[in-house]
Design a protein around this ligand. Structure first.
Ligand code: MF3
Ligand code: CO
Length: 263
């Protein structure tokens, strides 16, 4: 999730070199393997801080650095956002419990290159409402990725996501977006998940950006916890889910870079 105020709107979008793409590819695989590791570790009774500690160990053991750690004074190695928390949840003493849905967002730096991904995990048995939300959000990400093709406008992504979410009577968070990634954590372009009427830039081979829809069962509006400066929750307290991949625009279409190699 990227705040509008991070302000990379008028920066040029970098066309990555083959060497940069090779580096981003490695970092993205590490981010994906770490997310897969988190999925195996997460369980009821574990605190989000305990999971974050394991994530730190996994990334550093593989010669990476957690991209969030120290980023704009963010204190942890991942964002862990439970139930109505939309994104940027700070790992703490809260224990996961049966029925929770948990967004784990992991970004890595490896040899100076960045990869970023997120998934929503369920703890034990979850409600039908929560499962439906997870399924819809996963599909929104797939439909957004399907729109990634050179020569096409960037707003095709948000249009596809919003069409499907609204057809399923769910709402799309519009206050946080995907972002260019690779040489820095957050680069141009801003990748809205909302259906913007302005086409936006035309996608070019060599661009790398995230798509990371946050989908709500209730209202799309969010609120920021002013006390910690990070935690973003749904304005109405209803559930939110998120999935994220790092995507490369290729000559013919796209490639998902955050695919795990360890399962
Ligand atoms: N991975 C999140 C994103 O997609 C990270 C936000 S910055 C943080 O942009 F510091 F809050 F982690
Ligand atoms: Co991101």
């Amino acid at each position: 999730g990227l705040e509008r105020s991070f302000n990379m709107h008028n920066q040029a979008v970098l066309v990555k070199t083959p060497e940069q793409i090779a580096g981003i590819r490695k970092s993205s695989i590490l981010a994906a393997n770490t997310l897969q590791f988190a999925k195996k570790q997460i369980k009821a009774g574990m605190t989000s801080e305990e999971l974050d500690d394991l994530i730190y160990e996994y990334i550093t053991k593989h010669n990476g650095i957690p991209a969030t750690l120290g980023y704009m004074n963010y204190p942890k190695s991942s964002c862990i956002s439970i139930n109505e928390v939309v994104c940027h949840g700070i790992p703490d003493q809260t224990a996961f419990k049966e029925g929770d849905i948990v967004k784990v967002d992991i970004a890595t730096i490896l040899d100076g290159y960045y990869g970023d991904n997120c998934a929503t995990f369920s703890i034990g048995q979850i409600s039908n409402e929560a499962q439906e939300l997870i399924d819809i959000t996963k599909r929104c990400l797939e439909l957004g990725i399907d729109e990634v093709q050179p020569g096409q406008p960037l707003n095709n992504i948000g249009k596809a996501i919003t069409n499907y979410a609204q057809f399923k009577q769910h709402s799309v968070v519009y206050e946080y977006a995907g972002h260019g990634v690779g040489c820095e954590f957050h680069e141009a372009p801003n990748v809205s998940h909302a259906a913007l009427r302005i086409p936006g830039p035309i996608m070019q081979p060599g661009w790398v950006f995230t798509i990371e829809p946050m989908i709500n069962t209730g209202v799309p509006k969010t609120m920021l916890n002013e006390a910690d400066g990070w935690t973003v929750s749904t304005a109405d307290g209803n559930l939110s889910a998120q999935f994220e991949h790092t995507i490369l625009v290729t000559e013919n279409g796209h490639e998902i870079l955050t695919i795990p190699t360890e399962i």
